[in-house]
Ligand binder design. Structure first.
Ligand code: ADE
Length: 419
């Protein structure tokens, strides 16, 4: 079996951690048990480009249990858990191309290695596989039945491709399923971003001015949790509706040029480029902490920060680089501006990834079953998959809910009745 990983001897630790996260992934376990019996993915080659974590390992095991021939590469150079890659290769017989801290060239080598598997199904977190296949592997396109996309940034890229007429096979926007974004983006990013900042800095959050750029589902989650840690939360936005939402949720909203002067901690979660740049760094206080939790490392303009700094001290603490300014102010960038929740912590907790990855697995089955009907478009996850996952998640939590009475059902489907 083909692989490129850090150290196969890390497998025992990876296995223990994969099993630990499985305890919190009951819905995915049910999918796996059915897949083992029914083999709905039998014989299909599947290449995945995902953050290689314990939770992803449980997804890959599920896809393999369904009969797929699975290969995985990293979707970010810093998010790989090396013990997990070892366990995937040694214990689960899955080909892995991922090493934490890999350089840009290795990152792309690994993507090409995953494509060399000649996938019929692809799974992306950020659309890198789909993008490289479309740019460099035209001959593979006719055999790809479809692709799943895990993250907001990837869906934005794919919709842009579809709009341009460049998309050549069907894509399912797993990110846009309610069983994904309502929980993974909000509660997952909320907790794991705070976790990453705490592991990297060990700082007290109470009383700090915590600036959040972007009030999408991820920004909402971080704001909620930062407030829970007694930070003074400030939100910056470009969208007027989201800005009102943030105000009515009880946060201060202001332009970054104002927030830059007073922030102690900055986190970007916008999906856009250069949200923090020269004019903001120039205003920041001595000791300001700067982190990103958006998918790509483009939100903080590190080239500008480097150019304006008189010195850069790498790793003043693990995952912390110090940029010293001409006037002596020190600015601290966490995790090289890459997503801090996966760079310095372990990503989202398994209990939310359970729903995201059950959605991925069931959508893969849907693509195979419906391949003939699907066109080269971006599709949403079918509603019955979302409902099934939500119902089972509630069940696993021991929570029951009410059902509509016959009278209520009738009322909801009739238009005649008013007050
Ligand atoms: N994205 C965010 N957290 C993750 C995790 N724990 N595993 C895989 N992808 C993730």
């Amino acid at each position: 079996m083909n692989h490129h990983i850090k150290d196969i001897n890390l497998a025992p630790q990876g296995l223990k951690r994969i099993r630990w996260s499985e305890n919190e992934m009951p819905v995915l376990r049910l999918v796996r048990e059915r897949f083992e019996k029914e083999k709905p993915l039998a014989g299909y080659r599947l290449s995945a480009c995902l953050h290689v974590t314990t939770e992803t390992a449980n997804l890959l095991r599920t896809l393999k249990a369904g009969g797929a021939d699975v290969v995985v590469c990293a979707s970010n150079p810093l998010s790989t858990q090396d013990d997990v890659t070892a366990a995937l290769v040694k214990e689960y017989g899955i080909s892995v191309f991922a090493i934490k801290g890999e350089d840009h060239e290795t990152y792309y080598k690994h993507i090409h290695a995953a494509i060399a598997h000649k996938p019929q199904i692809t799974m992306d977190d950020g659309a890198d596989l789909v993008s490289v296949i479309h740019k460099e592997y035209h001959e593979l396109i006719p055999q790809v039945l479809g692709s799943m996309e895990e993250t907001t940034t990837g869906v934005i890229r794919l919709r842009a491709m579809a709009e341009d007429g460049a998309l050549k096979f069907p894509v399912i926007a797993v990110n846009d399923a309610m069983t994904k974004y309502l929980f993974d983006n909000r509660y997952g990013t909320g907790q794991s971003t705070i976790d990453g900042i705490l592991r990297a800095t060990g700082m007290l959050l109470a009383g700090k001015n915590f600036v959040i750029a972007g009030y999408g589902w991820c920004g909402k989650g971080v704001a909620m949790r930062a407030r829970g840690m007694a930070s003074q939360v400030i939100v910056t936005e470009v969208d007027p509706i989201r800005a009102i939402e943030a105000v009515l949720d009880g946060y201060r909203v202001m332009p970054m040029a104002e927030a830059a002067r007073i922030g102690d901690i900055f986190v970007t979660l916008t999906g856009d480029i250069h949200v923090l740049r020269k004019e903001h760094f120039a205003l920041m206080k001595d000791g300001a902490i700067i982190a990103n939790s958006g998918h790509f490392n483009v939100e903080i303009n590190l080239d500008e920060l480097s150019a304006m700094s008189k010195a850069k001290n790498k790793d003043v603490r693990a995952f912390v680089d110090e940029y010293v300014q001409a006037d002596g102010r020190r600015l601290y960038v966490l995790g090289e501006g890459r997503l801090i929740n996966l760079a310095a912590a372990e990503g989202h907790p398994a209990a939310v990834m359970d729903m995201s990855f059950a959605t991925q697995a069931l959508t893969t089955e849907f693509v195979i079953k419906n391949a003939k009907k699907l066109e080269a478009k971006v599709y949403n996850v079918p509603r019955d998959i979302e409902n099934w996952i939500a119902t089972l998640k509630l069940k696993s939590m021991g929570i029951t809910i009410d059902e509509l009475t016959a009278e209520q059902k009738k009322y909801l489907s009739s238009w005649e009745m008013g007050t």
